[in-house]
Design a protein around this ligand. Structure first.
Ligand code: HEM
Length: 352
């Protein structure tokens, strides 16, 4: 699945094909913000950004119908947040050892219900896609990742065969891995920029000088916006959306002088790694410039220290997809609006 994922589904070629979908969602978001601004109302960015990230990702994964009447994006979002909530509660019960069993009993209805609803939703969407493929035949234009994966699923000669259950689980992984992480990243990037007005100004100037003020930033402009790329990297260094992930040791091994027995689960704390004062100068400060300098002592020492997407074989395969959503939405947000926090502390201690 990982191989299909990186080669067929989430590579740059596919992401280029889905550019219009992202652009539509960003334009929808901008119109809404404009409307809110004109009425002098306050936007709840946590909701709006989740919508743009979720709709963009959802539509790329499984169809344009997500924003239509039968709002499947909305249903997926509700299910993703319910499952996060459930996982958090189970993890909490887990910490208390014997309480785990009480937790499972207490949450039993939800434990049965959430996967069942996922299954029903994905089955429905899969069947719709299959019917469309039958109607339109082999020349059908593949509009989303589900169209592509279904072709692999139905191809009896495909190098890798997958079951329907695997396919559904896989889409579930994409939703869980791809939606709130992308929304969190966008929110944190914007939060760091709003709290660092000098960086915001510098970024706006970069965009204005490279793109001008007559059109929106295009994804093709991104390589010419080094300061923007550095701001994204720096915000993700300080606020990794997936701060912890795990690995299970398949063999006894020695790590930093410790003997780790086979079967041990190791937790990687990327938040701590990316704020380690032994690695980073002024580790808690937002300094995008650090990613613009040539010198990179971590590379020289062969250290993996910039790890918001993990590393090695299980590294996140969604980098292209998330970057494409982050790039078009954050540049548009910076280009089109002056943001300020309402009712909170301003960056210099003033009222927002
Ligand atoms: C800012 C956004 C994202 C962040 C910070 C992020 C971060 C991560 C991290 C830390 C891991 C674990 C890596 C490891 O174990 O070494 C991971 C795995 C994964 N991510 Fe992402 N991710 C993001 C977006 C996405 C997107 C958009 C998708 C797909 C739609 C996605 C799909 C996955 C999948 C399927 C895995 C499991 C990979 C495996 O087990 O081999 N992620 N992600």
């Amino acid at each position: 699945m990982k191989k299909i994922c990186t080669t067929e589904l989430l590579g740059t070629r596919q992401m280029k094909k889905l550019k219009n979908v992202r652009r539509e969602e960003v334009v929808r978001f901008l119109s809404k913000m404009l409307e809110i601004g004109q009425k002098n109302e306050v936007a709840d960015l946590s909701v709006e950004v989740l919508t743009v990230a979720n709709n963009g990702t959802c539509r790329m994964i499984m169809s344009a119908r997500c924003s239509g009447e039968d709002n499947q994006a909305e249903k997926c979002r509700a299910l993703v947040s319910e499952s996060f909530d459930l996982a958090a509660k189970l993890a909490l019960f887990n910490v208390f050892g014997p309480l785990k069993r009480i937790g499972i009993w207490y949450l039993r209805k939800k434990i049965d219900d959430v996967p069942k609803r996922y299954d029903e939703l994905f089955e429905k969407v899969l069947v719709e896609h299959e019917e469309k493929a039958k109607r339109e035949g082999p020349t059908m234009e593949k509009k989303d990742l589900m169209d592509i994966l279904l072709e692999v699923y139905h191809d009896e000669n495909a190098e890798i065969r997958i079951t329907r259950k695997q396919m559904k689980n896989f889409f579930l992984d994409l939703f869980i891995g791809g939606t709130s992480t992308t929304a969190d990243a966008i929110l944190w990037i914007l939060a760091e920029l709003v709290n660092n007005p000098a960086a915001y100004k510098k970024l706006r100037e970069e965009i204005d000088s490279v793109v001008g003020t007559e059109r929106l930033v295009d994804e093709a402009d991104i390589p010419n916006l080094p300061y923007f790329q550095a701001c994204v990297k720096e915000a993700m260094r300080l606020n990794p959306p997936a701060p912890l992930f795990d690995r299970k040791c398949r063999e006894n091994c020695k790590l930093a002088g410790y003997d780790i027995p086979k079967g041990t689960t190791m937790i990687m704390n990327t938040y701590a790694i990316m704020r380690d004062p032994e690695i980073w100068d002024s580790p808690n400060d937002f300094i995008p410039e650090r990613f613009l300098t040539e010198q990179d002592s971590a590379k020289e020492q062969n250290l993996q220290v910039y790890v918001p997407f993990g590393g090695g074989r299980r590294m996140c395969p969604g980098i292209n997809m998330t970057s494409s959503v982050i790039n078009c939405s954050v540049t548009a947000m910076v280009q089109c609006f002056d943001w300020k926090v309402v009712g909170g502390d301003g960056p210099d201690g003033s009222e927002g």
